[in-house]
Design a protein around this ligand. Structure first.
Ligand code: H76
Length: 476
């Protein structure tokens, strides 16, 4: 018995020491997270307030558009070189066909502005290795095509003139460069790959230096073990970009730590400035609410998995404008950004479905953009009718209603200490909707019963305090 008690006491002491250790000590890392929590500087606040962005995938893959020698490849069009096993020289010679005669950066920027995006992220170089800017580190770039002109420069000028931030996507994975390796198997691989890493580092420095208004870098193609076990390089790239361009923002997908852990380091801390793992998916508004403690961005395709231009959009579900709009609202409601992808053709034009989506979302954003831009997670429980957002610092709650119940009654469960005062449709301000308190911290907002054909926005006024209602408890 005595022995047992001593053991128990010892165990207790060990647990206590263990608990303290967990609080104070972490796995020492040279290349892990550089800070914890959210960045709160002006550049990051602006990035966050943007909320809605346009992703553009444009490269040589836009020319064949998913079809090679008469055969349609259903996998992502920008992967055609790999899906159709096209030899390097054959693929690379597409460069001599790159001549987007209909490309008009100003038109693109106007369309983006009308859609309501506040930033645009462009593929400076995708996995194929072709560069949309005249890089001095490779000939495989736009200046050696029949088109010749710098695409990035034109896009930056046109989008910035419309007040839209421009960010750079950069694929570290590079199918063109002879020194690229997926895996390091021999000392020769190691030598070659370190040359590759210097090349990519130089290109990134070139981009940051030559395009001074770039706001963020969006890294991709970082999953192979060659990059994953080069945490030092990913750390140094982030550091260099921030030295060249103070305030610049880097996604978590660039980063790996000392032990090959990606996005989040071995201590569970996010690396880079925001979580960029949400690709073609969104966090769950009930179970993934922890995501609100970080900045994050979801990127989304219109068809199932086509980023670059694919000629045939009948091969998968093409999302409707309302599905995409709901994803945007869903993202804002969870404190994240939504980056919607477009894949222009080899001529430099957007297909009709893309233009229609842009104008549908744009019309809605024109009326209701203020429940998206600069808005955040509202701290409310998820309800079946849709999503809440809240503008930073505002004492109003926004309800964006996608599913109106046949009763017309929208349930609002409030946290303790929040009392609802009134509600009104945003575009019929002044004409109040009835707000009925039905139980402690439970309200019903009454909507007119009719057919709604677009998402409704309701602005709710509330104050902090406790409800005066008296409720009869059930006899159980
Ligand atoms: C897989 C993959 C890549 N990551 C997406 C953002 C697209 O660029 C796609 O090609």
């Amino acid at each position: 018995m005595k022995k047992l008690m001593i053991t128990v006491a010892l165990l207790g002491a060990m647990f206590q020491a263990g608990a303290q250790d967990a609080k104070t000590s972490a796995i020492p890392l040279k290349y892990g997270a550089q800070y914890t929590g959210k960045r709160t500087d002006d550049a990051m606040n602006k990035w966050r307030s943007n909320r809605f962005g346009q992703f553009i995938h444009w490269g040589l893959y836009a020319i064949p558009g998913g079809i090679w020698k008469g055969k349609t490849y259903n996998y992502a069009a920008e992967f055609l070189k790999s899906s159709a096993h096209i030899p390097d020289a054959t693929w690379d010679s597409l460069m001599y066909q790159f001549n987007p005669v209909k490309f008009d950066a100003k038109e693109w920027a106007k369309m983006a502005k009308r859609m309501g995006v506040k930033y645009m992220t462009i593929t400076t170089k995708h996995h194929e290795g072709f560069c949309l800017w005249p890089s001095r580190y490779t000939d495989f770039n736009v200046s050696n095509t029949p088109y010749k002109k710098d695409i990035l420069k034109q896009l930056i000028e046109a989008y910035n003139a419309e007040g839209i931030d421009v960010n750079f996507y950069y694929s570290v994975l590079d199918w063109h460069h002879p020194d690229w390796r997926d895996d390091i198997k021999t000392p020769e691989d190691s030598v070659a790959f370190s040359r590759y890493l210097s090349f990519a580092y130089n290109q990134l420095k070139e981009l940051a230096t030559n395009y001074p208004t770039v706001k963020a870098f969006w890294f991709d193609g970082t999953w192979d073990s060659s990059v994953r076990f080069n945490g030092k390089w990913t750390y140094e790239v982030e550091k260099m970009l921030k030295e060249v361009r103070p305030g610049v923002i880097v996604n978590s997908r660039l980063r790996a730590d000392d032990y090959g852990k990606r996005h989040k380091d071995s201590n569970g801390q996010l690396m880079g400035d925001y979580e960029s793992g949400y690709e073609r998916r969104l966090p769950n508004p009930v179970t993934d609410i922890a995501v609100t403690k970080w900045d994050w961005e979801a990127c989304m395709t219109i068809p199932e998995n086509q980023w670059g231009y694919h000629k045939d959009w009948t091969i998968s579900h093409v999302k409707s404008p309302l599905e995409l709009l709901e994803m945007l609202v869903h993202s804002t409601s969870m404190g994240g950004n939504f980056l919607l992808n477009f894949g222009p053709s080899g001529e430099g034009t957007f297909r009709k479905q893309e233009l229609d989506i842009a104008s549908y979302i744009g019309n809605w954003m024109g009326k209701y953009g203020n429940v998206i831009w600069d808005c955040d997670y509202a701290g409310m429980q998820k309800e079946d009718w849709g999503y809440y957002t809240r503008k930073k610092g505002a004492s109003q709650l926004n309800m964006v209603v996608f599913n109106v119940p046949v009763s017309g009654l929208l349930k609002v469960n409030t946290p303790k200490g929040m009392v609802l005062d009134k509600a009104a449709f945003m575009d019929a301000a002044g004409k109040p909707l009835s707000v009925e308190e039905i139980a402690a911290n439970q309200y019903l907002v009454h909507l007119p019963i009719k057919l709604y054909t677009s998402p409704q926005v309701i602005i709710v006024d509330y104050h902090e305090g406790s409800s005066k209602g008296s409720y009869q408890k059930a006899k159980t």
